[in-house]
Design a protein. Structure first.
Length: 205
């Protein structure tokens, strides 16, 4: 059976995928792993790689960033839909407002700044230390070439996301040679705002 792996980002957990997973179940095997959230990119990839080998990957935010890294490191994924990953030096200042939210409001400030009103603290059990470590890891991320996998990866951006997100995804697509799609009616928290749309792209990428 075809396998789809849903990879969550910072300040969230497997439960963030409830709508997407429900839209997929019955036609594919769906995995929603609870990442270690170690703050170490190598450790996160080591955890995800066996699960994603041969699978289709869907990720949002930090989960999308990890999807890019899986492809760049040669993990043989079937394909991926990755929503608004980090863009490193291609998009300076992209996450400044998130850093401010973390500094002034802790986990709640971080989640609200990153995901908007669709996020709430019940979506994570992460501590301030965990979220700070994850944010540092994703903040240091630089996109690497995807090789042949680029043709199987689609980067998405939300219709309601700010211009900075549209610029970052466009820059990533040009840099990596991936496809781009705009998801209607959503912002950064696509899995919370319209998780079924992500499921549809996985079925017909």
């Amino acid at each position: 059976m075809r396998r789809i792996v849903l990879v969550h980002g910072a300040a969230t957990g497997p439960g963030v995928w409830a709508t997407t997973a429900a839209a997929l179940r019955g036609t594919v095997e769906v995995l929603c792993p609870d990442r270690p959230q170690s703050g170490d990119l190598g450790a996160e990839i080591a955890f995800l790689a066996p699960l994603c080998d041969g699978a289709f990957v869907i990720g949002v935010s930090g989960g999308a960033t990890l999807g890019l890294e899986l492809a760049a490191r040669g993990v043989p994924i079937e394909g991926a839909v990755l929503h608004e990953p980090a863009a490193g030096s291609l998009a300076p200042g992209l996450l400044d407002h998130v850093a401010e939210g973390l500094a002034t409001g802790g986990v709640r400030g971080f989640g609200t700044a990153l995901y908007g009103p669709a996020w709430n603290p019940s979506l994570t059990t992460a501590t301030l230390e965990t979220v700070a470590g994850e944010f540092a890891m994703f903040g240091a991320f630089e996109p690497a070439p995807l090789g042949d996998a680029a043709a199987r990866v689609t980067l998405t951006v939300g219709e309601h996301s700010p211009p900075s997100r549209h610029r970052s995804v466009r820059a990533l697509c040009e840099h990596l040679g991936t496809r781009q799609r705009v998801l209607p009616g959503v912002g950064h928290a696509a899995h919370l705002e319209n998780g079924a749309a992500l499921a549809e792209l996985a079925q017909r990428p």
